[in-house]
Design a protein around this ligand. Structure first.
Ligand code: ATP
Ligand code: MG
Length: 201
């Protein structure tokens, strides 16, 4: 209808280093999108993941973005997020939510995190702004149940629990174990084209 307000949109923010993106990320994103009836889930690539800095070598942000673009290009409702890279510097979810609120005015924002990340929410810079600006959505990863602060209004979503991590995948590249079915083919193509993780291009 001309002149009518655009429908309120429900936007999921699923942030990570994505070094590399894997099926655990994708299965989580599509299932949370479905469960909460989100219009889109943005897989937001951290520019400088400050909590991981100094712990290991991190693949350049442009390469991680190229992998995420490849991962979601054929998936309805998932978008690659480059806003943290555009902002530059260290990436803080509180800032990212501010950017998304401007890009999607009037929308409801949902911050999606694995329970390992959720357990550390209070170590995040301006975590209270994250709580104010978005609904917090938690998915369980395999392993010991993680205790979450009970004064935060988490929404838990059940997704298939896949014991896949980028850390394990990087080790597989190093020691030559198979990657099949853990990373999708479009991502593997980017990895070999760009010679990432020691892959020969
Ligand atoms: P790394 O091992 O390098 O930490 P990762 O596999 O944990 O990598 P991240 O980029 O750190 O991936 O994670 C981004 C987000 O995805 C986090 O909220 C994390 O909890 C979540 N996540 C990662 N792997 C899974 C998985 N297998 N199932 C559900 N959530 C996951
Ligand atoms: Mg992690």
């Amino acid at each position: 209808m001309p002149g009518s307000a655009p429908p309120l949109r429900r936007i999921g923010l699923f942030g990570g280093t994505f070094d590399p993106p894997h099926v655990g990320h994708l299965v989580t994103a599509v299932n949370v999108r479905h469960a909460l009836d989100l219009d889109v889930v943005v897989l937001m690539v951290a520019n400088v993941p400050w909590q991981k800095e100094g712990t290991r070598q991190i693949t350049p942000a442009a390469d991680r973005l190229a992998m995420v673009e490849a991962a979601v290009s054929d998936v309805r409702g998932l978008l690659p997020g480059r806003q943290e890279i555009d902002l530059g510097g260290h990436s803080f979810t509180a800032d990212t939510l501010e950017v998304l609120a401007v890009e999607y005015p009037g929308s409801e924002l949902f911050t999606i995190i694995g329970d390992d990340a959720a357990a550390g929410l209070r170590t995040w810079t301006r975590w209270d702004e994250v709580v104010e600006r978005s609904h917090l959505v938690v998915v369980d990863r395999p392993g010991e149940a993680v205790a979450l602060a009970d004064d935060i209004d988490w929404t838990r979503v059940e997704v298939p629990r896949l014991e896949v991590s980028s850390t394990d995948l990087r080790a597989r590249f190093t020691d030559g174990r198979p990657l099949d079915y853990l990373i999708t083919q479009p991502v593997l193509d980017v990895i070999s084209r760009r010679g990432l993780y020691g892959a020969s291009s």
